[in-house]
Design a protein around this ligand. Sequence first.
Ligand code: CU
Length: 295
Amino acid sequence: MAIRKNIRSLTTTEKANFVNACLALKDNNKAGNKWNEFVLIHSQTSTIFTPSNSSRTQPHGGPAFLAWHRYHLHLLELALQQVSGNSNIGVPYWDWTQDTTNPFNAPLWSDDLMGGNGDTSDSSYVVKTGPFRFSQWTIINEAGNPVTYPDNRFTGGLKRRFGNDIGSLPTITEVNNAVWIRNYDDSPYDRTSNNSARNAIEGFINTQLHNRVHRWVGQTMRTSGAPNDPLFYLHHSMIDRMWCRWQSGNGLTAYAPNSGGPFRHNLNDPMLPWDITPNQILNYNNLGYSYDSLR
Ligand SMILES: [Cu+2]
C-alpha cells in the first residue's frame, strides 16, 4: 500500500528510494525506456482534440482532466514500484502553498530530490544540480528524440526558469476556494466552464491553480512534454490530492457529465490511450494508494 507523503515528511531513505526508482525507470536514457513512454503518452494525447473542432483535448481543458492525470500518475507509481521492487513507493506531493513566501528556497529543490532552478548565469535555464541534472538525465521531444535548442547548447537538458512567466505560486486560500465549488463540472465542459471544481483546479478560471504552477516553474514544465521533469508528478500528486479532498466532501461517485457531454469525457467514456473510464477510477481506494493527509 503506497502512502503519498508531503515532500517535507520524507526521510532521507524515502527520498533516495523515490529518486533511484525514477532513474531506474529512465534506464540510463536507453531508447524505449519506460519513463519516456509516459512522457510520450502525455505529449501525444495532448494533441488529440475531443472533438476535433474544440479547444478540449483528452487530457486538458475538459472534464476528464482530473481522471486522466489520476490514471497516468497511478501507472507511473506502479512502474516505479515494479522497477524498484518496493511496493511502498508512493509519488510524494509538492504542497506549493507551503512555499508561497520563499519559493526559490523550497525544500524540494535540494540535491537529493528535485535539484534546483535552471542556470540563469549563462541564460540557458538548464538544470545543473540534483539527480536530473544535465548529462545525467535526457529529455525527449514528441518524436522521442533528445530535445534540441536553437542555440545548440545543452542538447537533451531539462530546463526550469522559476518565477519568470508568472511571479507567484497559488495560496491555500485559492486552493480552498477551488475545492469548495460543489459542482464537479459544468456545460460547456471546457476551458470556459465557470461553476466547475475541475476547471478551478485545472486553472483556466480564477487564479489558475494547476496551470499556474506549470507556468511558475517554466520552460520544460510549460510544454506538453512536461512529464520529462519528474517534478511534473510531484505537482500532479498534489493536484490529485486536491481532488481527493473535493471527493471527501462530495462523494466518491460525484462526477459530471454522466452522459450527454463531449465524447471521451463522460463518466463511462473510454479515455485515450488506455480505454479506462473515469467511473473506474473515481474510487481511488481501489487503486491502492492514499495520502498522508488531505488538508
Ligand atoms: Cu497534463
